[in-house]
Design a protein around this ligand. Structure first.
Ligand code: GDP
Ligand code: IMO
Ligand code: MG
Length: 420
């Protein structure tokens, strides 16, 4: 049982990147297993910030292998932009950044299809990041996709053209204008560059390392409430974001998984469209956004902000088999007199602690109040030194979720973390 899985428990942006970066020294391999450049994982080291979209968040640690698993969808252009950032930071990746050969490629026309589909949906749009994620996963399950392993084959251009033609046929169904000439040129240039990266068969590669006793941290993207099966469908992403996806997105057996580290903010955010029961579209939400700098790491969009939703969080703990939680952004709540937690819903006049089939406007949240600690957490390194009211809040969450909180994050920096 050498694999630990780290996943988001809310609607994404829980601070997964920061926690992976912190935990990476304990592992030999850090492996992303799903999603693609819709993700934006922020690492802050010595006050400097880097946002990763496709590359695992262990890359800043020398001698750690970082694998982009077969469950990830890859846009070669975005990947190369990330490589440029690493070059600027003098981070080496030639030997320790690996691509799984079965990972699917995002084509320029996948992005156009994403944009055309969203435009056609009008008011019902998903609020996609428009990175081509949905159309690429559709081609994967539709058995049309292009994979990393294809880039070395002699008929790659032929395969590309066939898929592009298919997309162009589909695009004729939409009244949508586009021009991909420049993007396509860049895409092929990027394909040439990523040919230099090492490509592996993820199952054999990882299982060899497991045999040697090496430890693997599987890094998820998005969050459980964006999962295509269990999230707020259809306002979800197009992949499974939960622990189970680590097995199929890397090629490891479930019996290899030991810990499941779930990441949750001490409050909650959501970006894009779809229900957000505890969202606060008032001065509380605004205060959380300003203090928490809640703007998307990928798109720069404002994130909706609200109180922690324990009904949804408990659901996420169950479907993921969470063994421990990292509670992030506790510092953002430093200045609140009262902190609320959504502890049950009332749906059609009936109180429930279960996530319903659909979260409609009929759903009302019932809150529990917690007194705020009203003090800075800066410089606190030991759990015993945290304010009592924060400790009471943590204890309440643990009891509700029936899951231990093992880390409390108190700032964006690598060292701003209290282990419990
Ligand atoms: P991810 O997608 O889950 O990796 O999260 P994002 O990087 O999209 O968003 C999390 C944001 O919160 C980033 O700007 C992080 O630098 C920041 N962050 C992470 N942990 C903390 C924390 O404990 N306190 C504060 N104030 N910011 C944090
Ligand atoms: P990380 O890994 C937050 C949201 C989008 C939209 C929906 C579908 O940084 O936590 P898509 O581009 O997948 O078609 O968008 O999912 N979304 C995210 N929200 N964090 C993310 O990733 C997200 N990835 C997708 O805003 O609502
Ligand atoms: Mg993010």
């Amino acid at each position: 049982m050498n694999v630990d899985v780290l996943i988001g428990l809310q609607w994404g942006d829980e601070g997964k990147g920061k926690i992976v970066d912190f935990l990476a020294p304990n592992y030999e391999i850090i492996a992303r297993f799903q999603g693609g450049p819709n993700a934006g994982h922020t690492l802050v080291v010595n006050g400097e910030k880097i946002v990763l979209h496709t590359i695992p968040s262990g890359i800043l640690h020398k001698n750690k292998i970082n694998l982009i698993g077969n469950g990830v969808v890859i846009n070669p252009t975005t990947l190369c932009e990330e490589l440029d950032k690493l070059d600027k930071w003098n981070v080496s990746y030639a030997d320790n950044l690996l691509l799984a050969e079965r990972g699917h490629l995002i084509l320029p026309t996948h992005k156009v299809l994403d944009a055309a589909s969203e435009a056609a949906k009008g008011k019902a749009k998903i609020g996609s990041t428009l990175r081509g994620i949905g159309p690429t996963y559709m081609d994967k399950t539709g058995r049309n996709g292009l994979r990393v392993g294809d880039i070395h084959s002699s008929d790659f251009l032929e395969k590309y053209t066939k898929l592009k033609e298919k997309h162009l046929d589909l695009l004729r169904l939409y009244d949508f204008e586009f021009d991909i000439e420049a993007e396509e040129k860049n895409w092929f240039k990027s394909i040439e560059r990523i040919k230099a990266l090492k490509v592996v068969s993820s199952p054999y590669f990882l299982n060899e390392h497991i045999k040697k006793g090496h430890r693997i941290l599987a890094e998820g993207a998005q969050g459980s409430m964006l999962d295509v099966d269990f999230g707020t469908y259809p306002f979800v992403t197009s992949s499974n974001t939960i622990t189970a996806a680590a097995c199929k997105g890397l090629g490891i057996g479930p019996n290899q998984i030991k810990d499941v580290i779930g990441i949750s903010k001490a409050y909650c955010t959501r970006v894009g469209a779809g229900p957000f029961p505890t969202g606060q579209y008032n001065e509380i939400g605004e205060k959380l956004r300003v203090i928490g700098h809640e703007f998307g790491a990928t798109t720069g969009r404002e994130r909706g902000c609200g109180w922690i939703d324990l009904v949804a969080l408990k659901f996420a703990c169950i479907i993921n088999g969470v063994t421990q939680i990292a509670l992030t952004k506790a510092d953002v709540l430093n200045d609140f007199d009262e902190i609320e937690s959504g502890s049950s819903y009332t749906v059609n006049g009936k109180e429930t602690k279960q996530v319903p089939f659909e979260m409609t406007d009929e759903l009302k949240v019932n809150y529990t109040s917690h007194p705020g600690w009203k003090q800075s957490l800066e410089g606190i390194t030991e759990y015993k030194d945290i304010p009592e009211k924060l400790s009471n809040y943590v204890t309440y969450l643990e009891a509700y979720l029936e899951t231990p909180i093992s880390m409390v994050s108190t700032g964006p920096g690598r060292k701003e973390l209290i282990l419990k």
